[in-house]
Design a protein around this ligand. Structure first.
Ligand code: TXA
Ligand code: MG
Length: 316
């Protein structure tokens, strides 16, 4: 039987060499991270970065996150201050992106950071991506591996479906967290541009100061935080208590009955489990052909803020 996912690669020492070769020759490839799957390109190569924008149909004004193996490598491209070091020590490698100042002699190509003077940097924790980052001599520009404004992929099969098998992707199983990294601005006033697993409170505890949240503000500070985003392109109704049988019902907690059209994010009311399942359910529901999604209320504590943020954007 032909494998419909012939573009999915298992990770081993042999394939690692192939993956590194693809990246070194300015090719692009889907890679797992602990948040969501990314579409990776050499951040020092304009040819490679252009391929990412074109595959995603992403507007050039929306900058990419640059992924590094460690601090020493990042230091060559960006200016880091005390605030950053405190946060790095606590949260990296992990699901947080820091917006910092780009060095004048930085080797990151301008188009990767949309000609801005700042750049988003992240140190991912997933073992596969770390092994690859360790072996290459350049950082990886890596947006989520989906078509612009669509749902971020949380498995290698998701990436294949997004790009209709045209792009190779490394299988790392289901993403552990399931939603994108927290984006924290450290240039000018410290503020959260995108909520994620690491919360505002987590950052405040480390810095010992209150920080602003700007993802709800009317001015779009992060070019990527367009209102409609992370969307399965089906009407979504939030904060619903019940749902007609013909529509998909995304629920949370033990009080909802199990029916053919129900998709429970976590029977145990565990928000981490809910985050991990959210995009997976969006895709299943879309593939099953449902025309509308009803969603129950999801608590806003911890990663729940990020879940609600993505739901609100998907519902726009
Ligand atoms: O978890 C993640 O962050 C995933 C994995 C693959 O690392 N990546 C990801 O990338 O979500 P992307 O491109 O889908 O989202 C990056 C977000 C966008 O909202 C973008 O506008 C913002 O980060 N961003 C990047 N550089 C920025 C900058 N210099 N200033 C403000 N926002 C920036
Ligand atoms: Mg994205």
């Amino acid at each position: 039987m032909p494998n419909i996912y012939s573009n999915i690669i298992n990770f081993n020492s042999n394939s690692a060499k192939k993956i590194i070769k693809i990246l070194s020759k300015n090719g692009i490839i889907g890679l797992p991270t602990e948040t969501v799957y990314g579409l990776a390109a050499n951040a020092y190569s304009e040819t490679a970065i252009k391929k990412v924008y074109s595959a995603k149909k992403r507007i050039k004004k929306n900058p990419l996150i640059i992924h590094y193996y460690d601090l020493n490598r990042a230091k060559k491209d960006v200016i880091l201050d005390n605030k950053f070091y405190k946060l790095y020590k606590r949260f990296s490698p992990g699901p947080i992106t820091y917006i910092v100042k780009k060095k004048k002699n930085s080797k990151i190509k301008s188009i990767a950071s949309a000609n801005l003077k700042t750049v988003g940097i992240r140190f991912p924790k997933n073992k596969i991506i770390r092994e690859i980052l360790k072996k290459i001599r350049f950082p990886l520009a890596m947006p989520s591996a989906n078509k612009s404004s669509s749902i971020s992929p949380v498995s290698a099969e998701d990436v294949s479906d997004e790009f209709k098998n045209r792009i190779k992707v490394v299988d790392g199983g289901y993403s552990k967290i399931g939603i994108e990294s927290t984006v924290l601005n450290l240039v000018g006033s410290t503020c959260i541009l995108r909520p994620g697993k690491i919360t505002t409170g987590d950052v405040e505890n480390v810095l010992g100061q209150k920080i602003k949240i700007s993802y709800n503000s009317k001015i779009i500070k992060s070019p990527g935080m367009l209102k409609k985003h992370y969307s399965p392109n089906i009407p979504i109704l939030l904060n619903q208590k019940k749902c007609p049988k013909k529509f998909a019902f995304i629920t949370f907690g033990s009080k909802y009955p199990v029916t053919r059209n129900s998709f429970n994010l976590s029977k145990k009311s565990n928000l981490n489990e809910a985050a991990k399942k959210l995009y997976m359910y969006f895709r299943i529901i879309k593939n099953k052909g449902y025309k509308k999604i009803y969603v129950t209320q999801i608590p806003t504590r911890g990663i729940g803020k990020a879940i609600n943020d993505r739901l609100n954007r998907a519902a726009k």
